[in-house]
Ligand binder design. Structure first.
Ligand SMILES: [Zn+2]
Ligand SMILES: [Zn+2]
Length: 263
């Protein structure tokens, strides 16, 4: 088992995205002028296991357009093929891609991939629904051309503190778990790596600090559902020491390298 952190450029987000106010201004502030964060990484992940190469998300591309609350800093030389090459991996060796959710900074890199792509059926239903469709048009954030993932159900029963899961490897050591909130069908990937777990958290939170603070994010359609998920993740970390790796946390790279766990 080998887990690689891949980086496909960076993104700056509005402070109101990272630290939203409560109440009706939570989403409104995203569209008003305000201060911006430093560049945050856009990570995706590659797992070598059982002779397969599994990708979790596919990163962003240079074609990404800025939106009112995110500015992308991605060059063609930072897209998925180069990010894989930097880890001594090749696109042709990718067996499968599993998406944490449908946002562009996680799926746009699929333009490079021929392997099968999987998404939670709940997320697919959400992205087909009217509100996300309208938002993609307003924000000029189309899905990558040819986007047609296979759907899967989280029907594998509980895994640790998570109610719903699905194994992603033969031996059951790589598992998708339901982490709804940021989007309704958001999943994270838990890896049972000897005496600890590694959690590829996607955008379940932007940082470990946000997880510990149990703070819903600015884009979650249902902030209460998001907080329940954050409580579940904390409960899981209490049961199993877990290296917690959000896609945009500047600390994720060193946390994995140094084996720093929560719990
Ligand atoms: Zn997202
Ligand atoms: Zn993201």
């Amino acid at each position: 088992m080998k887990i690689h952190t891949l980086t496909t450029g960076a993104v700056r987000v509005k402070r109101a995205f990272l630290f939203p106010s409560a109440g009706p201004r939570r989403q409104l502030d995203l569209f008003l002028p305000g201060p911006w964060s430093d560049p945050l990484p856009i990570h995706c992940w590659a797992i070598e296991h059982e002779g397969r190469l599994l990708l979790i998300d596919s990163g962003e591309t240079a074609a990404a357009r800025n939106i009112p609350f995110a500015r992308f800093e991605v060059t063609r030389e930072q897209e998925l093929p180069a990010a894989l090459a930097a880890a001594d991996l090749a696109l042709e060796d990718v067996s499968e891609v599993v998406l944490t959710h449908h946002h562009g900074d996680h799926v746009d890199g699929l333009i490079h991939v021929r392997a099968p792509v999987l998404i939670n059926e709940v997320e697919q239903r959400f992205l087909d629904s009217p509100f996300p469709r309208v938002m993609r048009r307003i924000l000029r954030q189309p899905l990558p051309s040819g986007f047609a993932p296979q759907t899967f159900a989280l029907d594998g029963g509980p895994f640790g503190a998570f109610q719903h899961s699905r194994p992603l490897s033969e031996d059951g050591r790589i598992v998708a778990v339901a982490t709804p909130g940021h989007t309704p069908g958001h999943i994270s990937v838990c890896i049972d790596d000897s005496d600890r777990h590694v959690m590829l958290a996607g955008d379940a939170t932007d940082t470990l600090e946000q997880l510990r603070a149990l703070r819903a994010d600015a884009v979650a359609p249902d902030p209460k559902e998001h907080v329940v998920t954050l409580e579940t993740i904390m409960a899981h970390c209490a049961q199993h020491p877990t290296i917690y790796l959000p896609s945009h946390d500047p600390q994720s790279l060193t946390r994995l390298a140094d084996g720093v766990t929560v719990g």
